[in-house]
Design a protein around this ligand. Structure first.
Ligand code: ADP
Ligand code: TYD
Length: 206
């Protein structure tokens, strides 16, 4: 049996990433593809506990190295519990954020180092990498506007503000230069227009 496809979605907070993730999910559903959806951090019993620690605004004393290792710990858990077994069973896995988030947020915006983060990423996943990554690219200003429309309270990461989001965006651009699996998608269009690009890229993989 062929291994399932591993597809990840990335972007700064409010980029419209989850909207595109859901459109691809609906598309796979319509096509009768065998798939699962997961998100990071979280997606397992242990991972959801780590997520609560990471995103709770009360944890304002968390140092960056602890933050990095907690994201990696949640990742190791979901890779072993859910992602690898599904891929091995031939199931397509859609993941809302994966290790490129750690490159952009911790490696670049927290300045912990891209190479170190990539080494830890590969340790956490035991060498597993996505087949394709859709990076929804919008300006930090537009992402902030969209988050305002969505109207949810900021979590600990979102509360870091515009300057931080701008660094994260640069981190994603660095990652996209390094890894050809990352497809940069212009997010300054309607959801349907953006999804046309994602659909074509997905079809081309099959
Ligand atoms: P993310 O998962 O990146 O945080 P969401 O998909 O939740 O972003 O989108 C953030 C907000 O922007 C939501 O209110 C959503 O309806 C809106 N949105 C999503 N895509 C677009 C788009 N292409 N144009 C305008 N608004 C959008
Ligand atoms: P979440 O609510 O899942 O964000 P979104 O809806 O935008 O996907 O929150 C996850 C937050 O954690 C988000 O701000 C990005 C951040 N993050 C990291 O800093 N490093 C990581 O490795 C991951 C996976 C997420």
């Amino acid at each position: 049996m062929d291994r399932g496809l591993f597809i990840t979605f990335e972007g700064i907070d409010g980029s419209g990433k989850s909207t595109q993730f859901n459109l691809l999910k609906e598309y796979l559903e319509q096509k009768g593809v065998d798939y699962i959806v997961v998100r990071e951090p979280g997606g397992t019993t242990i991972g959801e506990k780590i997520r609560e620690i990471l995103l709770n605004k009360k944890n304002d004393k968390m140092v960056s190295r602890a933050e990095l290792l907690l994201f990696e710990a949640a990742r190791a858990q979901i890779v072993e519990e859910k992602i690898k077994p599904s891929l091995e069973a031939g199931t397509t896995v859609l993941c809302d954020r994966f290790f490129d988030s750690t490159i952009a947020y911790q490696g670049y915006a927290r300045d912990l180092g891209l190479d170190r983060v990539m080494d830890l990423n590969m340790y956490a996943t035991d060498g597993l990498e996505p087949d394709v990554t859709f990076l929804i690219n919008v300006t930090p200003e537009e992402a902030l506007r969209r988050r305002g429309v969505r109207g949810e309270a900021d979590d600990r990461m979102e509360a870091l503000g515009m300057g931080f989001q701008a660094k994260v965006a640069n981190g994603y651009h660095e990652a996209a230069k390094r890894y050809s699996r990352i497809k940069v998608i212009d997010g300054h269009r309607t959801p349907d227009e953006i999804f046309e690009d994602i659909k074509s890229s997905y079809e081309a993989l099959l």
